[in-house]
Design a protein around this ligand. Sequence first.
Ligand SMILES: O=C(O)c1ccccc1NCC(=O)[C@H](O)[C@H](O)COP(=O)(O)O
Length: 213
Amino acid sequence: MAPVAVKICGLSTPETLDAALLAGADMVGFVHFPRSPRHLDLDAGRRLSARARGRAERVALVVDPDDALLDAVVEALDPDWIQLHGRESPERVAAARARTGRPVMKALGVATLDDLARVADYAAADRVLLDAKPAPGALPGGNGHAFDWDLIARSGLTTPFMLSGGLTPETVAGALAATGARAVDVSSGVERRPGEKDPDRIAAFVAAARAGS
Ligand SMILES: O=C(O)c1ccccc1NCC(=O)[C@H](O)[C@H](O)COP(=O)(O)O
């Protein structure tokens, strides 16, 4: 069986990006969303993404982007993936995929079985990322909250997914066992404080995910 794929999201410095690459992360995520403590402007995103080129799959994360923002992010970061982390419809996912020529990962917030039923609507996405549904007024993601993993088994979900939301080096092995996920994503759980990644926790997360495979 292939090893569990690991994405480290919200990287914002060369040092922490290098820590993720050295640890063997499969995907590295760059957030372009001004409200986020992990926001990178396009110039900073361009530099970090270039640094990771060919060393991991680079993910540009945007929230309800219009076409102009999609174009600008693709021009600057030349990402391997686009992650849509807002309220994008299935039609918008398909349009973003066609416009950018990049695979699209669509994040879906999960709090109930009904939320998991929505996965079936997103066949246009190349990958679905299941994250905790944010509280009203909170950021769309990166909140460090887990959802009830038992919902996944109860839903009968058969579509492959990336598991996200409140994962840490301490919990990721249990999450893999509980959900059967073959891909995981983390942001807050490898930080010292919002927006400040910890290289040691990044390494510990990747090792724990691989050990739990
Ligand atoms: O990380 C952010 O600041 C962010 C802001 C706006 C939309 C999405 C965001 N992050 C999305 C991610 O992919 C996170 O890794 C995911 O939500 C898990 O975050 P966490 O629970 O903190 O590990």
